[in-house]
Design a protein around this ligand. Sequence first.
Ligand code: NAD
Ligand code: ZN
Ligand code: ZN
Length: 346
Amino acid sequence: MKAVQYRTVGSAPEVVTLPDPEPGPGQILLRMTAAGVCHSDIAIMSLPAEAIQFPLPLTLGHEGAGTVAALGAGVKGVEIGAAMAVYGPWGCGACAKCAVGKENYCLRARELKIFPPGLGAPGAIAEYMIVDDIRHLVPLGDLDPVRNVALTDAGLTPYHAIKRSLPKLVPGSTTVVLGAGGLGHVAIQLLRAMSATRVIALDVSDDKLELARQVGAHEALLSDSTAVEHIRTLTGGRGAELVLDFVGAPATADIAAGAAAIESDITLVGLGAGRVAVGFGALPYETTVTSPYWGTRAELIEVLDIAHAGDVEVHVETFAIDDAPLAYERLHAGKINGRAVILPNG
Ligand code: NAD
Ligand code: ZN
Ligand code: ZN
């Protein structure tokens, strides 16, 4: 089969031919229909060798959707041909966090060397992929896999981040979305679907600001040195009850701190090594700073339910598997509007 791999530290992803995988006991073989391209892959491919926790080569792709092609011994409860989304943050399934569906915070994943597909285990940008357990599949039903595959991360991660702050998103509140890319443009729609908050989106490119407005941002502003002042003016000096930072760079973390209201949440999602200082006087009273990772399986089901209701639509640019390296290049250059989605089987 064809697969897209990160093979050696510092190199670009490559299209390679590998033997078709076969499902072992308890595993499921998916024929991949769609796989999303996330900026986290670029973050991983920028790490020095000593910071990489898993062996290379790595088949990329942690947003996957496909149809069930074969079942390993003992697998029951899923039909061949069924359309499935992959729940990506795999855990042990047995610890206290996994027991409540929070496999994203599995207590034993590191010790047991359990990695998400595309982030250590063979990923979704391939003609076939192995899913290690039936609990990591969520039925897509009649949802279009190409339009919805990104909800497994670009939907689930913002959904989880927003849900924990919902009590603050009352009428009259403001949410700032930093970075209107793959995650950000879905976040704007989720905020509109889930709350009465007013959404101010910031980005560095006019195309992204246009997309932000199109998908429901009330205001879309350039993310520059005047951004904090703009946000303060738009909120009558009060600031934002929630700041979602989908860049997480030092510059955006500074905007987040500057834009936060009293009793606000600052949520750093992006992996850009930004920091927000906490301490008396450093931030408005009772501001909470957090950095969540992905989301729970139950939350993925909820996100897909929002899609079923027609309240979230991912803006998708599709690529053939042979063009996956180009998709990464374009994402790196800031040239993907919405999400790049690879079609591994054409
Ligand atoms: P993306 O490239 O699609 O979107 C990033 C957006 O940020 C782009 O639109 C870009 O123009 C914009 N941007 C860049 N610099 C900016 C600045 N200074 N101010 C405002 N906007 C700016 O990336 P993505 O796939 O949406 O991922 C976003 C971030 O979230 C990445 O860092 C990714 O690694 C991270 N991520 C984290 C989690 C998690 O669980 N914490 C999950 C998925 C992705
Ligand atoms: Zn991701
Ligand atoms: Zn666990």
